[in-house]
Design a protein around this ligand. Structure first.
Ligand code: SAM
Ligand code: SF4
Length: 334
């Protein structure tokens, strides 16, 4: 990976430059989080339904040539994709790419960490919503808390700083654990990220379960009155806070109560090769079928540019989102 050359960056109608590509590598997952997918899982399609290794490389290469500097691999669970390490090795060679990261539930990470680090992964987000065994089983519908905690420790020991830990906060489920998670930042170089619960088709979202980030801050300040915001860039996705003197930080992802659409620089590609115009909308453009019918690179880029032109200034707001149709998160990628 090297410094970004001078590019003609992909820009939308509101002047937002799209330098961040999120690619979902699979619709499959080894967990069944209640907030992400229905209990029965999602219908799994034949293998050729999802993008091949070569198709992913083609899109990544093209988009990096047009100014993308950061790629995040997500899913479903990206670590269950067979050729993951080879894919990372290839992506890491793209000239202009500065960050190559993965979001994972951590279950398979201990086994693959060394290979992924060697292949060129620059950062990890590991998802963990509770520190209690019974709650882990309830929210993920599977076992594995200790495995995920081990994966977080190993990733820290491997030198990643910060390791980002993603926690979806659900009222009535885990708000009493916010302080336990913050306590972990005392010694560990982690960024503990509290994510507002978002509605998707088939998940168990309800207004009663929604806890806005300002209330999370109040809960934490009852324990640490000097818990403070870092300030900084308003367009950043995570609002960063810290307990003074602690090694790690706390981030709030307030996609619902205080959205960050004005800074949205993301191009999101689903495992089945659709460019998702917005995380919170049904609008998609099928890049997979275009590639399979032999479209040339310049036309493919024009299609991406036209899809980005469809982006709205911001999403429709929490009340509308709660009642509108949107694929389940697992089919979109986080
Ligand atoms: N399987 C991987 C994992 O869980 O980290 C990657 C895919 S997952 C869809 C990406 C992120 O989206 C996870 O951190 C997960 O907690 C978050 N997520 C899923 N459904 C969500 C929802 N309804 N609201 C907020 N965050 C959600
Ligand atoms: Fe799987 Fe991640 Fe969705 Fe949980 S949040 S079901 S781990 S894809």
């Amino acid at each position: 990976m090297s410094e970004q050359p001078d590019h003609n960056v992909l820009t939308d109608a509101f002047g937002r430059e799209h330098t961040y590509l999120r690619i979902s590598l699979t619709e499959r997952c080894n967990l069944r989080c209640t907030y992400c997918m229905p209990a029965e899982g999602v219908d799994l399609k034949p293998r050729d339904h999802i993008l091949s290794f070569e198709e992913i490389m083609r899109l990544a290469e093209l988009l990096v040539s047009r100014g993308v500097t950061k790629i995040r691999l997500t899913g479903g669970e990206p670590l269950i994709r067979k050729e993951l390490v080879q894919l990372v090795e290839r992506l890491a060679t793209l000239e202009g790419l500065q960050e190559l990261t993965i979001t994972t539930n951590g279950l398979l990470l201990s086994r693959k960490l060394t290979d992924l680090q060697r292949a060129g992964i620059t950062g990890f987000n590991i998802s963990l919503d509770t520190l209690r065994e019974d709650r882990f089983l309830h929210i993920t519908r599977r076992k594995g808390l200790d495995t995920v905690l081990d994966a977080i420790r190993m990733t820290v020991e491997a030198g990643y700083d910060p390791v980002k830990v993603n926690c979806v906060v659900i009222r009535g489920f885990n708000e009493d654990e916010l302080v336990d998670f913050v306590a972990m930042t005392r010694e560990m170089p982690i960024e503990m990220r509290f994510i507002e619960y978002m509605p998707f088709d088939g998940n168990t979202w309800h207004t009663d379960k929604f806890l806005p980030y300002r209330e999370m801050v109040d809960i934490i300040q009852q324990c640490w009155p000097d818990f403070e915001a870092e300030g900084g860039d308003d367009l950043e996705i995570a609002k960063l806070w810290q307990v003074p003197g602690y090694r790690g930080k706390v981030g709030f992802i307030s996609s619902m109560s205080d959205h960050f659409c004005s800074g949205c620089n993301r191009i999101r590609i689903t495992a089945d090769g659709k460019l998702k115009v917005c995380l919170f909308g049904a609008n998609e453009v099928n890049l997979r079928d275009m590639m399979r019918t032999g479209i040339k690179d310049d036309r493919l880029l024009e299609t991406v540019q036209s899809a980005l032109a469809l982006k709205a200034a911001s999403h429709a707001g929490m009340d509308v989102l709660a009642t509108s149709e949107n694929r389940p998160m697992i089919l979109i990628g986080g």
